[in-house]
Design a protein around this ligand. Sequence first.
Ligand SMILES: [Zn+2]
Length: 236
Amino acid sequence: MTTMYQHGTLANLVPGGFEGTMTLGELLTHGDTGIGTLEGLDGELVILDGVVYQVTATGTVNRPDADKTVPFANVHPADFEAVGTFSATGMAEASHRFEKAIASANRFAAVRLTGRFQSVTARAVKAQHAPYPSLVATAADQAVFTREDVEGTLIGYFAPTLYGGMAVPGFHLHFLAATHDFGGHVLDFGAVSGTLGVQTFADVQLHLPDTPAFLARNLDSPDVLDQIATAEGARN
Ligand SMILES: [Zn+2]
């Protein structure tokens, strides 16, 4: 069984814990596939086949250096179980079918869907600068892009509702176009046909930062899940 590795928590981002606390180089020692964000929430990361892609708020896709740092990321060694040919009328139906494919809502899982999408709407947060604002405030400072008729890969994770705060409850999906010139944190997509792989995890490793800022931060916000839902689903 493979282990899902997570650095940082969503809850730490809520009050503005955006300082980078692990290098990409170290992150990649725990997996070749995943999602995340860079220091300052500078764009959205898509990690495929050991390569890190950063989708920025200007819409460009970069390959950041290994010494760049993340406040939050998930990775795992790819060992997807092929579900086979997949089609859905849009994100709602696809999410329902992802849930069936991962078989249980009580474990963490990864999904990877490569195919042709009628449309994909994705967002990328603009780089924030210290002193950092709250996560909800950044939702008003993001770029939202839609591309029609696009081939690419949807990659992300399922977290049981129980672990909201550690992660985004439910699915947290990022996208990268096959042409490597479009992507981001997925807000919506249209009809899709492609190939689905799923990978479930009995083992999860949560690695927490040890910086003074993290250790001193008050993370006991009573409405942390509401704030995560507002920020992660937010659209302009
Ligand atoms: Zn995201």
